[in-house]
Design a protein around this ligand. Sequence first.
Ligand SMILES: [Zn+2]
Length: 138
Amino acid sequence: MNLIHQSQLAKEHAYCPYSKFRVGAALLAQDDKVFTGCNVENACYNLGVCAERNAMSKAASEGYRSFKAIAIASDMSDQFISPCGGCRQFMREFGSSWEVYLTKPDGSYLKMDVNELLPVSFGPDDLSMEKVFNIPNK
Ligand SMILES: [Zn+2]
């Protein structure tokens, strides 16, 4: 699958001098445009950004809001790379039914969707739900 190959190419750009854990992502928009991303670490460790969020931010910053799929690549040969909790929530922002391909370097993959990765999620629609405003403030 081409998207998986593109995620593997994106991994080559990973900036991970601290963890040495390379990750790449390739995000397929509804019009078939592909946005790639890699993890970018920082000497201030907690500022590092995941490959998946980089790809989604690149797309969003160019006006894209709707996606068909994302493929994620790493160097782990024994295990499919799985997105972190933060990236799952970031994916959820753009819908819960699009596809996520967890891959291995040999190109094998596990196909899931956002809802499977983040069930009973909190998303944009929840902000428009009816609220109770008369909660006493002590
Ligand atoms: Zn992540």
